[in-house]
Design a protein around this ligand. Structure first.
Ligand SMILES: Cc1cc2nc3c(=O)[nH]c(=O)nc-3n(C[C@H](O)[C@H](O)[C@H](O)COP(=O)(O)OP(=O)(O)OC[C@H]3O[C@@H](n4cnc5c(N)ncnc54)[C@H](O)[C@@H]3O)c2cc1C
Length: 376
């Protein structure tokens, strides 16, 4: 098998534009100060966080001074350190750039990712600690109160391998935009339509992301997952498992590890031009002008018009709530004008949906996922 990219370099953090931006440094791996605190369920049960060490692979290490959270990546023979951060601001991990903190964000390095994730997910289930799987954070609004439990960040699990049958196998944390560039360099066509779309391959499969009349599932051959029993499983593509912005993964509690896609050989220069035109089209449509999560509402054939057009017709372009606004140039993009809270975004989406329902009798369905502790 031929490695296209070893994927060693970390890709930029989630940002509105998937390429071209400067990578921003992550928050420090050390806790922001003070005593490490137990995770949610441990606190409730009166157990100390130290008691997790045998149960799940985050341990408290004593570095000579104050105790600090470290990890047991050495147990897995990892070559690079596992990133763990407590009270991690989720605004740095979502393209909307809003939201409170996650109790703990864990980002395993690629060489140990499946084994580590399996152990972490199993232990978390035993301890009844919720886990949110984070791709590129391009389709989520994290609540202002943040996320209780663990965020498992897939970003470092990235890379592409050309297989003997001509297909490509892609690790789930790979940025879809980077993927299109890497395939172009090798003269492999078939996924250009995803160029410029923020997010990871895992997130795109979970969402069955769609653009330019094509869905990610159109090129899918099979998906490798960690199933509900934390075992690796191959799921061959079946058309009935996917539909408009829907995938079987939305009905299961699994981690997508990798996927194989069908590609065809073409002139690299031709593919590069295609990619450039898709990226340019998104720039022209204002996708990266402000932080957002792309389309706010799903389209529905039965409505007779795209959701954005219906919102436009009600004169809601530019309509705002706090720091959130319906993009003045597109009815179906909600933007963070700079100081939006997650609550502003949710409130604005509710109000837009309410007006569409009131004036047209149509029930808009949110495409954006509301993640974390909302208290409603
Ligand atoms: C400017 C802009 C333009 C956009 N344009 C489009 C567009 O044209 N078409 C479109 O469909 N979307 C679009 N989007 C939305 C977004 O890019 C896609 O939905 C994307 O596929 C989300 O991927 P992600 O990795 O960021 O997922 P995230 O937002 O991180 O997560 C989305 C969901 O997937 C789950 N998930 C992520 N990775 C895994 C995994 N490995 N295993 C299991 N579950 C996982 C998460 O838990 C979550 O439930 C756009 C967004 C922006 C900001």
């Amino acid at each position: 098998m031929e490695k296209i990219n070893t994927g060693g370099e970390p890709r930029p953090l989630a940002s509105a534009a998937p390429s071209g931006g400067e990578p921003r440094p992550l928050a420090s791996a050390a806790p922001s100060g003070g005593e490490p605190r137990p995770l949610a369920s441990a606190a409730g049960s009166g157990r100390k966080s130290r008691s997790f060490s045998g149960k799940w692979p985050v341990v408290v290490a004593d570095s000579g001074g104050d105790p600090w959270y470290s990890t047991s990546e050495a147990d897995f023979g990892a070559e690079s350190p596992l990133f763990t951060s407590y009270d991690e601001p989720m605004s740095e991990h979502s393209t909307f750039k809003v939201g409170g903190t996650a109790d703990v964000l864990v980002r395993p390095p690629r060489d140990i990712f499946p084994a580590y994730a399996a152990r972490l997910l199993k232990a978390a289930r035993e301890e009844e600690i919720p886990v949110f799987i984070l791709g590129g954070g391009a389709n989520i609004v994290v609540s202002d109160r943040g996320i209780r439990g663990i965020v498992l960040d897939t970003r470092d699990y990235n890379g592409v391998t050309k297989q003997q049958d001509g297909s490509v196998s892609v690790l789930s944390g790979t940025s879809v935009d980077d993927l299109t560039g890497k395939l172009a360099a090798r003269g492999l066509a078939g996924l250009e339509f995803l160029a410029g779309m923020p997010g990871s391959v895992g997130g795109a499969l979970w969402m069955n992301a769609r653009c330019y009349e094509k869905s990610v599932s159109d090129a899918l051959i099979e998906t490798e997952i960690l199933n509900e029993n934390f075992e690796k499983q191959i799921i061959p593509f079946r058309a009935e498992d996917f539909s408009y912005k829907k995938s079987l993964f939305q009905n299961r509690d699994v981690l997508i590890l990798s996927a194989s896609f069908a590609v065809q050989g073409r002139e690299p220069e031709y593919i590069r031009k295609e990619i450039a035109s898709y990226r340019q089209d998104r720039r022209d449509k204002g996708h990266y002008r402000f932080p957002s999560a792309g389309s706010a509402f799903k389209n529905n054939r039965n409505f007779g018009a795209p959701s954005g057009k219906i919102i436009d017709e009600l004169g809601l372009r530019g309509f705002g709530m706090g720091g959130a606004q319906v993009a003045p140039w597109h009815g179906n993009i909600i933007i963070n004008t700079g100081n939006a809270t997650a609550g502003d975004i949710k409130g604005l989406m509710n109000e837009v949906a309410r007006r569409v329902k009131g004036e047209r009798g149509l029930e808009l369905e949110s495409e954006i996922l509301f993640v974390g502790e909302w208290g409603d």
